[in-house]
Write a protein that binds this ligand. Structure first.
Ligand SMILES: [Zn+2]
Length: 497
């Protein structure tokens, strides 16, 4: 672990010396099995006596060094994990679940109703992507393995889905053994949550991914009760998102000039949430006359399924004043369901905006659009979210002159535009505000889910600005979560000798 700069680690070890005096029945430890040293693969193992609770089961994405970890067996026997608590449906938080089941996990997976609906879509898509990547690797002969196999397949997903159990927001869930968990709105994607776990001896709050203070279409995040320990994300812990007077004006400008020169706009977008937020922004721009009324094509079965969940009013997730017509019923919206419909788009020459996943251009239908449209300088690619190191999206963001798609090098002549306003992660101020609002204030914040430099910057700001100890978690490390240490408690412990 990268220790906090101040004395907290030392006080923890002093406290360890008094464990016997305090007769703590259940030592509580936290093991960082992912999203430590990187933004993906969220997995935190909370061990409370005999209980093993895994908070999130995300897949590693991006750099190969991390992706390979998806294939390593978990350092803990999956069959011994008693529960999984899920913050939200994103791949890097949920898509390891079928691999966990394949390794013997049979316990309940607790999540909100909307998260369950979205995770089902994510897992099915993930299995399909892996199966097809495996087939292509075999056919193309570019796998290093003699007989490549997917991490999991559709059968593993079907075995995972019956394990889901629905939880309500803000209602403590009794997990037995005096342990309870409470889901609180995180405002990041539909039904996303922070999870606060209370044990007989301590409490720990997992931020999950935190939304900005103002998600354009979803109910805003709420403030959870504070906890002794906080595990918090730091994706954008080193920067502030732009908040211009006219929202998304650089995007509107890019769309106007692309359409004027007869090009097409491609927006690689995460199927979940980003597609909905993009549609909302485009619909507003068209209504306000800021961009021409051109066809908007949502290409991707996963995005369409997610759109169905976002327009399911029974989930009660939309913020006041927003209705489904604001983003799901654009007059020029076209939807392509089949892959033949998707391929037919390549023949079109009319001005158009294509929204297609995946958001970091690592897979999905957006790849064939990029392969086709990147070499033409009239076109524009709009990056709409965080681009992890090692992804094609990151390469485009950093000005790559060519990218490799399906084994071929593709020249990049199209204009590349980044719209940071679409981020559904809070920026540094949002993250600090969230910690500041916690009551009681945490003893220690473990900073995770960020690139190492960024996590360090956020940890320093938590210490400097909020006067709370913060440590950057490292992959595989185990920390002891002992009771909050308070001066008056120390005085009650008799001095030895
Ligand atoms: Zn997320």
């Amino acid at each position: 672990m990268v220790l906090p700069r101040r004395a907290n680690a030392q006080t923890l070890s002093v406290w360890c010396g008094k464990v016997e005096v305090m007769a703590i029945a259940h030592p509580v430890t936290l093991t960082f099995l992912g999203a430590a040293g990187t933004v993906t693969g969220s997995k935190y193992l909370l061990t409370i006596g005999e209980r093993r609770i895994l908070v999130d089961a995300g897949m590693f994405q991006g750099e190969k060094e991390w992706r390979l970890k998806n294939w390593e067996p978990l350092p803990v026997d999956a069959a011994s994990i008693t529960d999984v608590l899920l913050t939200h449906a994103h791949t890097d938080h949920s898509a390891y679940l079928p691999a966990l089941v394949r390794q013997g996990f049979t316990g309940p997976i607790w999540a909100t109703d909307g998260t369950i609906a979205l995770t089902e879509i994510v897992l099915r898509d993930s299995a399909k992507l892996q199966e097809s990547a495996t087939k292509e690797a075999i056919a193309g002969g570019y796998s290093k393995h003699a007989a490549p196999v997917p991490l999991y397949d559709g059968g593993d997903v079907e075995a995972t889905l019956p394990l889901f159990r629905e939880v309500e927001f803000d209602a403590p869930l009794d997990l037995g053994d005096g342990v309870s968990a409470t889901w609180v709105r995180a405002g990041h994607i539909l039904a996303s949550a922070s999870i606060r776990v209370e044990t007989p001896e301590t409490s720990v709050l997992f931020s999950g991914d935190l939304g900005r203070h103002d998600h354009p279409i979803l109910k805003p995040r709420a403030t959870p009760r504070g906890a002794a320990y906080v595990v918090m994300e730091s994706t954008y812990g080193d920067r502030e998102h732009p908040e211009p007077e006219v929202p998304h004006e650089p995007l509107a400008d890019a769309i106007r000039r692309t359409i004027e020169r007869g090009g097409a706009v491609v927006m690689p977008a995460f199927a979940i949430d980003r597609t909905e937020v993009i549609l909302y922004a485009l619909s507003q721009m068209m209504r306000e006359g800021r961009i021409p009324v051109v066809p908007v094509i949502v290409d991707g079965p996963m995005a369409l399924k997610a759109l169905e969940v976002y327009t399911d009013t029974s989930l009660d997730e939309l913020r006041d004043g927003v209705s489904v017509t604001d983003f799901a019923r654009l007059p020029t919206l076209e939807i392509t369901r089949t892959s033949n419909q998707s391929k037919a788009l390549n023949k079109r020459r009319d001005p158009r905006i294509i929204v297609s996943s995946s958001g970091m251009a690592e897979g999905g239908r957006v790849l064939h659009h990029l392969a086709r449209l990147l070499p033409d300088a009239r076109n524009t690619v709009v990056l709409t979210g965080f681009q992890a190191a090692g992804t094609r999206g990151r390469a485009l963001e950093e000005g790559a002159r060519e990218v490799k798609i399906n084994g071929h090098y593709v020249r990049v002549r199209a204009e590349i535009v980044r719209d940071a306003e679409f981020s559904v992660h809070g920026d540094a101020s949002d993250l600090l505000d969230w910690v500041r609002a916690l009551d009681p204030a945490p003893e220690t914040v473990f900073v995770t889910h960020g690139e190492p430099d960024v996590a360090r910057i956020l940890a320093d700001r938590i210490e400097d600005d909020l006067d709370i100890d913060a440590a950057v978690a490292t992959y595989g490390e185990v920390v002891s979560l002992l009771p909050a240490i308070r001066d008056e408690q120390i005085e009650e412990v008799p001095e030895e000798g």
